[in-house]
Design a protein around this ligand. Structure first.
Ligand code: PMP
Length: 355
């Protein structure tokens, strides 16, 4: 039976990415060696790294003055790298979910943190609006997509201070106005590659203004200067990232991906709103097009386990919601085919008919 992969991350990757990675594990770029055993200094791998960085720039229309780096440590490492490199006195953060909470915790190690707004009281079911970002903040940090709670800021906010964004779970899902940001970072394991690499898009002018000493590995300038080759990069995830980026380019780029994502999300939310058994958990205007969170309506709460088992029997994998929300979460990242979303909708319809 076909499996429909709704895992939140690591998550579904394109067949193109998986197939080309598998081939390169056996023979990388005609070298007669495996991607697993090739030197990162070989000309073949250096070409992979350079092309991957160039394609990120091309697909996201990254302006002059920015650099793209591939680093290790996950998005969680960025929670400390950002304040290490940018926080002089005070930073502003928008608290929209668990990952934002984690980012705030790290920033507090480096200076004053102004949490300008939070939806914590409502279990992060919405994105706060009408907040004021202090003009003396060194930067304002947002999490554009809240993977656990299924809310998303599908716009690039206008603020008077430099913007920093964690785009781990929605990068490449829509065009972004990179010029508005000083740093954009994203763990790869949703819309890009297997776990193990993180990308950061950094405005070079944003660096070099803090007085503290920065450990070499945590200084963005190290990785920029060395073309993401200061130390041994995770070669396989970088190679896979390049495949995904090539695939995105072939499809027509992020505008095309956005259109596909909007369509997939719309049909799934329509079914959640229509079906008497289910309801969405995120406020409608803030609904994520990457992570669709829903629960059983109160009068059908007892059916939760039964629906989970029914969905599994239909090939749906990974739709259990995060423990802090409960219910279900269908992660429908870029690589998720519309046919899998349709299969989930059919499963929901069939389950409703049976009850
Ligand atoms: N930010 C967001 C929005 C995430 O979804 C995640 C992981 N799910 C993280 C940060 C943490 O990423 P990592 O595990 O790569 O440190």
């Amino acid at each position: 039976m076909k499996k429909h992969n709704f895992y939140a991350g690591p998550s579904i990757l394109s067949e193109y990415t998986i197939k080309n990675t598998a081939d390169a594990v056996l023979d990388f770029a005609g070298t007669g060696l495996s991607l697993l055993e090739i030197s990162h200094r070989s000309k073949e791998f250096v070409a992979v790294m350079d092309e991957a960085r160039a394609l990120v720039k091309e697909l996201l229309e990254v302006p002059e003055g920015y650099d793209v780096v591939f680093v290790g440590g996950g998005a969680s490492m960025q929670f400390c790298m950002v304040p290490f490199n940018l926080l002089k006195k005070k930073a502003a953060y928008l608290e929209t979910g668990t990952w934002a909470v984690n980012a705030i915790k790290e920033a507090k190690l480096f200076g004053e943190v102004d949490v300008v707004a939070s939806s914590k009281e409502d279990n992060f079911t919405y994105i706060p609006k009408n907040y004021t970002v202090p003009e003396d903040a060194d930067y304002f940090h947002i999490t554009t997509n809240n993977t656990i709670f299924g809310t998303e800021m599908r716009y690039d906010p206008d603020v008077k201070v430099p913007l920093v964004a964690d785009m781990s779970s929605d990068i490449f899902s829509r065009p972004i106005d990179v010029a508005k940001y000083d740093i954009i970072y994203a763990g790869a394991q949703k819309n890009l590659a297997p776990a193990g690499v993180t990308i950061a898009i950094v405005r070079e002018g944003a660096l070099g203004h803090v007085e503290r000493a920065i450990p070499t590995m945590l200084d963005y300038r190290t990785h920029i200067k060395k073309g993401s080759m200061f130390n041994t990069p995770p070669c396989l995830p970088v190679f896979s990232a390049l495949q995904t980026l090539k695939y995105y380019k072939q499809l027509g780029g992020v505008k095309v991906l956005e259109k596909m994502n909007l369509e997939k999300a719309a049909i799934l939310y329509d079914e959640i709103d229509r079906n008497k058994l289910f309801r969405g958990t995120a406020k409608e205007e803030d609904r994520s097009i990457m992570n669709v969170c829903f629960v059983m309506n109160d009068e059908y709460k007892d059916l939760e386990t039964e629906f989970a088992e029914f969905a599994t029997s239909k090939g749906m994998i990974g739709i259990k919601g995060h423990r802090s929300v409960g219910g279900f979460r269908a992660s429908i990242y870029n690589a998720m085919p519309k046919s899998s979303v349709e299969a989930l909708i059919e499963t929901m319809k069939e389950f409703e008919k049976n009850h």
